[in-house]
Design a protein around this ligand. Structure first.
Ligand code: HMG
Ligand code: MG
Length: 319
């Protein structure tokens, strides 16, 4: 055991049946900032990403190459990317970006992007609202994107939104989620990220979906989890996923986030809350919790409001 109550680190007490290491896929600069009403200056975004890399995060989703009118907060992708050139020098840092279609892929490849994510939906309503397509039309839109990216040696993540519930359609049948998940993997995605876009999932549901996917031939090793924390379930859902063998967890520094096209989506699982739990379990992440918290406190100042992360608030509390 290390750490004592009252210090800024949890006591380390491992539990059985959990992975030795977790890869955190940091989404604050994309999922977080896409949902801010104020547009953050490009230089501040670059500094945010640099500080996240210095805090030890190895996968930092940087921005989106979507239609600028759909997500004006990330319309500066062309100006941002050149400012990130030196970040690879900090360590082995990957900077994936969201790409919905071939136009987005062209823009990303022109800037030397080596890792992209397409983003599908398990429900028709969200596919229409987020992509202006049916579910199957969106898969058809992704097909040439994934094929061209793979032919170019670019890694492709497939996001799947509304895996656990949809604000317009309510409960989402498991079979519906598995069908689209499998279709994304069949297109050639290297990795699948299961989105609880509106944060309604509970741990049994997470275990059931992972089991159904494994049975359908989607290996758990290729699956990441992407929990929003609307109902305070994100950490319990993460633990359930780790117990099923998942080792990739999406999180957002300071708990920034939401989705502009899904009402009631609040911030993602806060990276600090995740790291506190993983540190306590003795699971390696490579992240320096102090440096990360300082980054989120700084970012909250830039945004003019406090971080919703419980861990950030606890660690930055001054008597
Ligand atoms: P559309 O209006 O159907 O586009 O939007 P289109 O294909 O008909 O093209 C219309 C015009 O847009 C054309 O220009 C295109 O060139 C241009 P025109 O010929 O008329 O002058 N265009 C573009 N311009 C720049 N970059 C592009 C691009 N594509 C087309 N990439 C589209 C379809 C997919 C583009 C649109 O719906 C879109 O951009 N959607 C993005 C929405 C979004 O980013 N949502 C948030 C991310 S998803 C999320 O947050 C969930 C996640 O976190 C997981 C979870 O929590 O569940 C990942
Ligand atoms: Mg999200």
């Amino acid at each position: 055991m290390t750490g004592t109550p009252g210090t800024a680190l949890p006591m380390t007490v491992p539990a059985s049946g959990l992975p030795a290491r977790v890869r955190i896929h940091e989404v604050g600069a994309r999922d977080g900032l896409q949902n801010e009403s104020t547009v953050v200056p490009t230089e501040v975004k670059a500094q945010f990403i640099r500080r996240l890399a210095e805090a030890g995060l190895g996968t930092i989703e940087a921005t989106s190459f979507v239609h600028p009118k759909w997500v004006p907060q990330l319309a500066d992708a062309e100006r941002l990317f050149p400012l990130l050139g030196d970040i690879a020098d900090i360590g082995d840092v990957e900077l994936p970006v969201l790409v919905p279609n071939e136009r987005g892929l062209d823009r990303a490849l022109a800037l030397g992007v080596r890792r992209i994510a397409v983003f599908g939906s398990a429900t028709e309503t969200f596919a229409a609202r987020n992509l202006n397509r049916t579910v199957d039309e969106s898969l058809a839109m992704f097909e040439p994107v994934v094929a061209r990216a793979r032919a170019d040696g670019v890694a492709v993540r497939g996001y799947l939104s509304m895996c656990f519930g949809d604000p317009w359609e309510g409960a989402v049948p498991l079979g519906q989620v598995v069908r689209v998940a499998k279709a994304l993997m069949d297109l050639g995605c290297d990795e699948l990220s299961l989105g609880d876009t509106i944060g309604v999932a509970t741990p049994g549901q997470v275990a059931a979906l992972l089991a159904a996917l494994a049975e359908a031939g989607v290996p758990t090793a290729a699956v990441g989890v992407h929990f929003h924390d609307t109902y305070g379930q994100a950490l319990s859902n993460t633990l359930a996923a780790l117990q099923q063998g998942v080792t990739t967890v999406d999180a957002s520094a300071g708990g920034l986030g939401g989705c502009p096209y899904a009402r009631s989506a609040t911030g993602n699982l806060a990276t600090e809350d995740l790291v506190w739990m993983l540190d306590g379990l003795g699971i390696e992440t490579g992240v320096d919790l102090g440096a990360l918290t300082a980054t989120s406190v700084w970012m909250a100042e830039q945004l003019g409001r406090p971080s919703p992360s419980r861990t950030v608030r606890a660690l930055s509390h001054k008597e």
